[in-house]
Write a protein that binds this ligand. Structure first.
Ligand SMILES: Cc1ncc(COP(=O)(O)O)c(C=O)c1O
Length: 460
């Protein structure tokens, strides 16, 4: 492991300014099981949920922590966020997109609330967010979308993406349901927004990007679109295409990038920014002045305090982004394909595991591989409770997975998939040592198989 210098002051702040899940328990780990410092000999495949901070990211955050005064005066906070915004825009090649604004948020979920408020036309009383099954996104997101801090009625229209047996519904059917529901709700006079996922917790794009663009073309500003790209697994070109189509896009620094948990951001296209930047922001949005661009006059209603923890977490995530952006895109795609093919073969051949989905041969894999652990006695997928027991029994010292996701149900229990996910730093290693990264993943899966055998689940 490359060097890092322990800093209790930094670690204090890394665990502040989010919700209770980033605070440390008596064992010194957060709600995701990670400490606020790097781990030795750790090959984490849990980046679709959370990661341990890398030495590189820790050092970047430590340097900023030591440079900043404590307490941080609001004007220094504003200047630091401006620097972070400028870097993000340059490193994602978005700095030439006219009028684009970046707002920081404590998490991807918090960014959903900001986006819901910004896409709400005050003249309509009822708003409906049309979205995929909430199991495919963050657990707090339905609540965030239904409570964007204003009077008026908000509700969700859920589009199922899987059958009860956990198999994906054909994407043409899912997308047709999105279009049909949007059309119906629009005709009935409701305010409608589309929440797209690129990608979901299990690595799916819902609805397909082509469908999103068709909806944009058909309805224009009448149906605003929020793309939940919290996993941040889309290419710079894909991100740009959504923004050019006037979609709001949510990303985080804490999933694929592998920064510390709780670092969200919302990209707001120029057309939306122009329309909304003078509207006073309600304080119930839980945001502060410095997280909004200087010229966003409506943010003058927000508290001037700076969320130092969030600032340090984004500094850490940007250190990872800086490394990742320097990798050749073709090499990155080739490695993710190679890794996905090798691990999928293992999952298919291992009798106690079963891949949840198959990636079509022409699609670029997301780097998230969901799979179901199976009952050794019956050969059927384990229930959710047993899957969580396996997840919790995984020693967090050397290997980790993403949290289980409910993906179907039988007559008496839910089915939940475990997820093996690449992070930016694993991809970086994989470009020079592909077999090493694949071997870490396969060794980890063998631990999962051992845990399934030890679990001795009841035959159901
Ligand atoms: C697709 C997706 N969207 C949103 C979220 C929520 O992000 P956060 O944990 O930063 O609130 C998650 C969390 O895993 C996610 O997977």
């Amino acid at each position: 492991m490359t060097g890092w210098i322990p800093s209790p002051g930094l670690e204090h702040w890394l665990t502040r300014g989010g919700d209770s899940r980033i605070e440390l328990n008596r064992q010194g780990v957060n709600g995701y099981g990670y400490p606020p410092h790097p781990l030795q000999h750790w090959h984490g495949f849990g980046a679709c949920t959370a990661s341990a901070i890398s030495p590189l990211a820790y050092e970047a955050a430590r340097h900023l922590h030591e440079r900043l005064p404590d307490p941080l005066p609001p004007e220094s906070g504003l200047a630091e966020w401006q620097r972070i915004r400028a870097r993000f825009m340059a490193w994602t090649h978005l700095d030439d997109l006219a009028g684009l604004r970046l707002v920081l948020a404590a998490s991807g979920s918090d960014a959903h609330r900001l986006a819901a408020w910004l896409t709400r036309n005050q003249s309509l009383q009822t708003w409906v967010s049309v979205m995929a099954d909430p199991a495919e996104t963050g657990s707090r997101i339905p609540a965030m979308l239904q409570n964007p801090g204003e009077a008026g009625h908000e509700r969700l229209q859920i589009i199922p993406v899987r059958n009860a047996d956990s198999h994906c519904r054909p994407s043409a059917q899912v997308d047709a349901d999105f279009e049909e529901q949007i059309h119906r709700l629009q005709r009935e006079g409701h305010g409608v927004r589309l929440i797209g996922l690129d990608v979901s917790k299990t690595g799916r794009v819902i609805p397909e990007a082509a469908t999103v663009f068709r909806i944009r073309q058909r309805y224009g500003p009448l149906v605003p679109v929020i793309i939940d790209a919290s996993q941040f697994r889309l290419s710079a070109a894909e991100l740009r295409r959504y923004l050019e189509a006037d979609c709001l896009v949510i990303v985080t620094g804490s999933k694929f990038l592998g920064g510390p948990a709780f670092a969200g951001a919302l990209l707001i296209p120029g057309s939306v920014a122009r329309e909304r930047m003078a509207d006073p922001l309600p304080t119930s949005l839980v945001s502060s002045r410095s997280e909004w661009p200087d010229d966003w006059t409506g943010a003058g209603t927000l508290p001037s305090v700076c969320n130092r923890g969030l600032l340090l977490r984004w500094e850490a995530a940007l250190a990872e982004l800086d490394q990742f952006r320097q990798l050749p895109e073709a090499g990155v795609k080739a490695f993710i394909r190679h890794f996905t093919a090798t691990v999928s073969d293992y999952l298919t051949c291992q009798p106690l595991l079963q891949p949840l989905d198959t990636t079509p041969p022409d699609a670029t894999p997301s780097g998230i591989l969901p799979f179901l652990p199976k009952n050794p006695r019956t050969g059927m997928p384990l229930g959710e409770a047993d899957t969580w027991r396996i997840f919790r029994a995984l020693p967090r010292s050397g290997f980790s997975l993403g949290q289980p996701v409910v993906c179907g149900h039988t007559r008496n229990q839910n089915l939940a998939a475990l997820r093996l996910a690449l992070s930016a730093s694993l991809v970086r290693t994989g470009l020079t040592h592909p077999d090493q990264v694949t071997q870490w993943a396969l060794e980890g899966l063998e631990q999962v198989v051992r845990l399934i055998k030890d679990l001795n689940p009841a035959a159901r």
